[in-house]
Ligand binder design. Structure first.
Ligand code: SF4
Ligand code: SF4
Length: 107
């Protein structure tokens, strides 16, 4: 499953640089699959998921599988507002496949 950010976010920005998938964006920012991945051809800009707080793109979040033992945003967030997203439940196997899709694409 992916992680999501609740409305308790205080916009400190600590989580964003910790994400190995560039799945975290500041509120109001457009996001792309190509940001921080090897899918450099997929440069379509998507509208922000949230305007006022940081948000996580579930299509890019692997719960840090393939990089770290624990979700890095969950560890660093001072508000404990990075939580499991019950709307996006995925197995570890699928998260690993997502990681490979995002980062090991043939160019
Ligand atoms: S769990 Fe990992 S991959 Fe997902 S948003 Fe947080 S830091 Fe990024
Ligand atoms: S670390 Fe937590 S409080 Fe800070 S921007 Fe990220 S989600 Fe928001």
């Amino acid at each position: 499953m992916s992680i999501t950010i609740t409305d308790d976010c205080i916009n400190c920005g600590a989580c964003e640089p910790e994400c190995p998938n560039h799945a975290i964006y500041e509120g109001g920012k457009k996001w792309k699959i190509s940001d921080g991945t090897s899918l450099c051809h997929d440069t379509l800009s998507h509208n922000p998921i949230k305007k006022d707080t940081y948000f996580i793109v579930s299509e890019k979040c692997t719960e840090c599988v393939g990089f770290h033992e624990e979700p890095q945003c969950v560890l660093i967030c001072p508000m404990n507002c990075c939580i499991k997203d019950d709307q996006n439940i995925e197995t570890k196997e699928n998260l690993l496949k997502k990681k490979l899709f995002l980062h090991d694409a043939k160019k």
